[in-house]
Structure formats: structure tokens, C-alpha cells
Design a protein around this ligand. Structure first.
Ligand SMILES: Cc1cc2nc3c(=O)[nH]c(=O)nc-3n(C[C@H](O)[C@H](O)[C@H](O)COP(=O)(O)OP(=O)(O)OC[C@H]3O[C@@H](n4cnc5c(N)ncnc54)[C@H](O)[C@@H]3O)c2cc1C
Length: 381
């Protein structure tokens, strides 16, 4: 069995590459170890999040990525909702950072509005009014429901004549244009893309070390469905989130926010906690998250982390029904400096990985760019 392109991994990165390659008429095979995608791509908030990307190439890629989500959502039949986002400020220094960001040249390609407390409550009625200093509204962000979107993409791709999906097919060896599964079947391809997310080190342990990848573990929570059609509306990020996304590094007052949190709540820095919320079609709220890296990662989730996330959520949001229905953790691969890695690691074998917490926000546009580069250099056929 020979293909123009073989892809290892059916997360959003693998599926994204399969989709754009199939659109160009290439024959594609996707190999997935599990019976369905169960990695980071179904465990996330579903936030497509240009506001977190630094101005320049990352922001531009995220805006292009949104267009591709809209196109893919239409083709595969799942909703991509332009819900926007609201950052909440419950401290003066957070409000100052939001104002600096909105005033900076680096936010010109976003549609932003600085909000006073009353306007913040209009945009996000669930914001906790106690101590609320204001907020920042952005129209740009979109939402998908990750399990729905990924399942719909799989079923859409399975109908395309260009695509073959091989589930329950763990790949154990990739070399010189050939792929071998655990049950000793083999396939060949002109190009192979390894999009195996946090599991990359199992296939290429040495490359994993060479690429300086770090694995990150995140803990997440899901509330029960909210009563009476209650909706969150836009994505919610708290002032703590300003510490997390590099887009805000240009704001002079961010240092003050970081120092205040480090001094008054060191437990949040210890577990990389900031809080965000996104709603699901069934009216639940996805809440998170924490960040533990490398050797700090333990196999068991920590109740202490869940309690800290909930403590911080309740400071900024008033949720009618806050009982937790589900808890889970997810893992992603992060590169210390690069937006993501696209590299030929052996002849005809390309690694695409390292999106960190931005895979939903960047990976369709990144897939488009990867396939374009391979196609333009006649490497696919
Ligand atoms: C909790 C959490 C919240 C997040 N929130 C957001 C968000 O709101 N917005 C955003 O932009 N990003 C978010 N992210 C990041 C985003 O989810 C990831 O960057 C993205 O999903 C990575 O996709 P992937 O395809 O590389 O990996 P995965 O989705 O993990 O897919 C990799 C796949 O490869 C398969 N595989 C591995 N090895 C093999 C093998 N040898 N043979 C066959 N198959 C193999 C695995 O089984 C898996 O299905 C979040 C991540 C987490 C964990």
C-alpha cells in the first residue's frame, strides 16, 4: 500500500494535514494507535484564541486558522461559533495591563474594547461584580466543542476518496518512507508526517531530546449542565491568564501582576494555574487549568490543583450550578521558543509538533503551510 502522504496521529494536527492534503488531491493515510482520537485534541477548551498570540506571524497564522475552522466546520458539519472573549480584571494592575494591551500597536488586528465594570457585566453577566475593575472584550475568538469537532472531522475524512483512516494501528517503526505497525503490517509513502503529539518520544526518543520538547500536563474540570438555558457567552479569561499568554508580554505593568501573584499566591505559580472558562453545547462549563512540566508530572491528578482552580474561578465568575461532573488531565508537547516545529528528521519523514497550548488556534493554518511547502517543492508525488 503506497500513499502520497502518510500521517501518524489523528489529533487535530494529523487530521488537519490529512484534510488539506486531500483537498489538493493527494492520497493520504492516517494511522492512529487508539480506536478513536483520545489525545489533547479532544481534552481541550475548544478555544480558538488569536488574542493570546503575539503580534506578527503567530497572530496572522491564528487568524488564517479561524478561516480554516469555518471552512472545515461547514464541510464536516460541526459548529464553529464566533463567541468572542472577555478578560476580567479584579485588580487595578490587571486593568492597567488590559488597557496597555488595547492601546498598543500589537493589538491593531484584533477587534478590542476596554470595558468599565457595568459594560463588563453586559458582555459577561456571569462576571463576579465583587471587586470587578473592568474587562477587555475581543470579538475575534471562536469556539468548537472538541469531542464533537474531532469526531465530525474523522467521519468527514472517512468519506473522502483520497483518505484512508487506520485506527487501532499503533506505529512502531518509521524509516526511509516506510511505516510498520505493531502487528507487523507495513505501508510506504512519498512523505511521512509524524503528528503524534505528547507521545512523540515513544517513536523518536532521541529526536524528542534534540528538539528540546517539554511535556506539559494540565488538569481540567467540567460542571454539570447549567439550569434554565443559562449561557456563559464569550470565553472567559481572568487576570491570572495575562501571565500565561506571551501576547501580553509587551505590557509594562505585567511585571507587577506577576510579582503580586508570586508574592501573595505562590501556590498558583507552583502549579502554573490561571483560570479560563468555555461553555459546551449542552450548557456545561469547561474550567481550567494548571501546567506541570517534565519531571514534575505525576501519574495521579491532584485534588489540591482542582481546588485551587475552583477557588480562583469563584473569585471571578458566578456560576449558577458549580457542581463538578467530570475531571480529566491532558498532555501536550511544548517547544521553549518556537511557535511549532516542522522539520525533516530523517529523509522523507517530517515532524510536526510542539504547538503547546495553541494547537486548536494554530494547527489548521500550520498544516496548510506545511502541505503547501511540500507540494511546491514536488515532494508529495
Ligand atoms: C487540557 C488542554 C487544554 C487545551 N486548550 C486549548 C485551547 O483551548 N485552545 C488551543 O488552541 N489549544 C489548546 N490546547 C492545546 C491543543 O489541544 C494541542 O496543542 C493539540 O490538541 C495537539 O494536537 P496533536 O494532534 O499534536 O496531539 P493529540 O491530539 O494528542 O494527538 C496525537 C495522536 O497521535 C496518536 N499517536 C501517538 N503515537 C502514535 C503511534 N506511534 N502510532 C499511532 N498513533 C499514535 C495518539 O494516540 C493521539 O491520538 C489544550 C491542550 C490541553 C491538554
Amino acid at each position: 500500500m503506497h500513499y502520497d502522504l502518510a500521517i501518524i496521529g489523528s489529533g487535530i494536527v494529523g487530521l488537519g494535514h490529512a484534510w488539506v492534503a486531500a483537498k489538493r488531491g493527494y492520497s493520504v493515510a492516517v494511522f492512529e494507535a487508539d480506536s478513536r482520537p483520545e489525545g489533547a485534541s479532544i481534552r481541550n477548551f475548544g478555544m480558538i484564541w488569536p488574542i493570546g498570540q503575539p503580534a506578527g506571524s503567530a497572530r496572522a497564522l491564528s487568524l488564517r486558522n479561524q478561516q480554516l475552522w469555518q471552512e472545515l466546520g461547514k464541510a464536516a458539519g460541526f459548529p464553529v461559533e464566533r463567541c468572542g472573549s472577555v478578560f476580567l480584571a479584579h485588580h487595578e494592575d490587571e486593568m492597567q495591563v488590559l488597557t496597555e494591551f488595547a492601546d498598543s500597536a500589537s493589538s491593531r488586528d484584533l477587534n478590542l474594547k476596554v470595558l468599565n465594570p457595568a459594560e463588563t457585566l453586559q458582555h459577561l453577566p456571569a462576571a463576579n461584580p465583587n471587586g470587578l475593575k473592568g474587562g477587555l472584550y475581543s470579538r475575534t475568538e471562536c469556539r468548537v466543542h472538541p469531542p464533537t469537532a474531532i469526531t465530525s472531522i474523522v467521519s468527514y475524512l472517512s468519506e473522502l476518496p483520497e483518505v484512508e483512516l487506520h485506527f487501532e494501528t499503533p506505529i512502531v517503526k518509521v524509516h526511509d518512507g516506510s511505516i510498520q505497525s505493531a502487528d507487523r503490517k507495513s505501508w510506504t509513502a512519498n512523505r511521512i508526517i509524524v503528528a503524534s503529539g505528547a507521545y512523540f518520544k515513544h517513536l523518536f526518543p532521541e529526536q524528542h531530546r534534540n528538539q528540546q520538547f517539554k511535556i506539559c500536563k494540565l488538569q481540567m474540570l467540567l460542571t454539570v449542565p447549567q439550569p434554565d438555558q443559562w449561557k456563559l457567552g464569550p470565553h472567559m479569561a481572568s487576570g491570572l491568564t495575562l501571565r500565561h499568554y506571551s501576547a501580553f508580554d509587551i505590557c509594562p505593568t505585567l511585571t507587577q501582576v506577576r510579582q503580586r501573584v508570586a508574592t501573595t499566591m505562590p501556590e498558583l505559580d507552583r502549579y502554573g494555574i490561571h483560570v479560563m472558562a468555555s461553555s459546551t453545547p449542552a450548557g456545561e462549563l469547561i474550567l481550567g487549568d494548571s501546567h506541570e512540566y517534565g519531571d514534575d508530572i505525576e501519574p495521579f491528578d491532584k485534588d489540591e490543583i482542582d481546588q485551587l482552580i475552583l477557588r480562583e474561578i469563584h473569585k471571578v465568575l458566578q456560576i449558577p450550578q458549580a457542581s463538578i461532573a467530570r475531571r480529566w488531565s491532558g498532555f501536550y508537547t511544548k517547544h521553549p521558543h518556537e511557535m511549532y516545529i516542522f522539520r525533516e528528521i530523517e529523509p522523507r519523514i517530517h515532524l510536526v509538533n510542539g504547538f503547546g497550548g495553541n494547537g486548536m488556534t494554530l494547527s489548521l493554518a500550520a498544516s496548510d503551510s506545511v502541505i503547501e511547502q511540500l507540494a511546491n517543492s514536488n515532494q508529495m508525488s
